[in-house]
Design a protein around this ligand. Sequence first.
Ligand code: GLN
Length: 542
Amino acid sequence: MIKTKFVFVSGGVMSSVGKGIAVASLSKLLQSKGYTVCTVKCENYLNVDAGTIRPTEHGEVFVCDDGIETDQDIGTYERFLDRSLSRDNFITMGQIYQTVIERERSFGYEGEDVEAIPHLCDEIIGRIKQAGRKMKADIVVIELGGTAGEYQNIFYYESSRIMKLRDKDSVLHVHVAYLPTPPSVGEMKSKPVQTSVHILNSIGIQPDFLVARAQHEVDKKRRERLAMFCNMDADDIISNPDLHSIYDVAIKLDEQDFAEKILKKIHLKTKSKDLTDWRKLANVVKSVEKELPIAVVGKYFSTGDYVLGDVYVSVLESLKHACWLNGVKPKLYWIDSEKIEADGAEKYLKGMAGMVVPGGFGSRGIEGIIQAVTYVRENNIPYFGLCYGMQLATIEVARNLAGLKNANSTEINPKTKYPVIHIMPDQEKKLLSRDYGATMRLGAWDCSLVKGTKAHEAYGENKISERHRHRYEFNNDYKTKLEKVGLVVSGTSPDGHLVEIVELKNHPWFVGVQFHPEFKSRPLRPHPLFREFIKAAIFNLS
Ligand code: GLN
């Protein structure tokens, strides 16, 4: 095993320019050269994890096997690297402060004056190295949250500086910065990037590479100017223009030998060159034309004038993976369930190939979702319910097939006469004591599948493991009653106690899962349930 190398990636000029995708693509590329790579995300916020942050503010909460609730970037890394990550790969400033303060309280610093520098930085460096060790990584790529020049991330930058100072042959700094092309000027401007690099310089960091994110290819003139003013070799400026899809980024970086250049600076050789499957995928993404109309029904889809697709990024990606495999691309209709409450389901769902109800919390828009489920059940439209989507489908069946009038989840109506979805006693205790952080049923749980069901057929296995994030569960008191009207419990916890998957008899494809399969779909390995759902949706329209 080689000595672990560390590649830090910072952002410049502005946020949301694709730093996460650049990091994931670079990691993918280094992996394709024959190295074991892992990625670490450093968040600036003081939340200990992402679990308690409002979705409209944060986007998706991505869950790993070990139950850590993280940022959507971790999902991107998992999908690109086809590797499962864990809490070792997700650092927040909250975790750093919490650990240092707890250590101080238990006299862990033995009377020292505990300071941000070096103690916070030591903790950050220790965690980054630990991620590399635990994942047996040759190369750790670390994404620094935010952009250069913020106060909030300064300890991460300082940690990267210290690591490089201690071992300059093993540590590199890549700066991903944006070159705007103001419409009024019509020309790509490099000054903001120069300023951003100067900010890095002022905190003791000279980037080794600059990734020039821009609408267009960075041209020779600007490359030379950037090299001159940023104190770099023109060859070390990598062009990263807007591309057809996120899968093209690794290919674009590869054209410029980015990985080879990095490996050379950290004294490693290129061991292999295998980006074949990735290239094939990028080609499929580019060439697939046929669109499959899929309805995604839920709430939270808009804030102000914007649709919040980000909240369900893994669902969206999973649908895409499954569609591409089947030679189509999804045309998604994000349907706000409150609109269904007002106008009825038919207006929005007629002609859809399939419908997905993703995870969610609380009671807003719930009746609209239940109405939508009735529509697809009665009209034989394939249905896939994810977590809340499984619970609401159960409620629909209870109300409309089993005659349990006003059946509900105790999350929505604690006093319901028929609590077909209810809270587990230990979860209730946590809620009563406001113990909200990391207390749901989280992470990977085993599930035994029942032969002869759609779920068993899709997975082709008797036992699976899937990731969870919820407090409420199927109430076994109603199992027999619901089975009598056609509900099939096709997956349970190995002890048979927790219902994990339900299906409907006499329907082309109606499956609800208590877990989140979207967290395990990978572009080159679509999730079996998404794959089968899409197959059924295609069949429905054919
Ligand atoms: N609100 C439901 C629960 O807590 C479902 C959660 C989800 O969809 N992730 O059980």
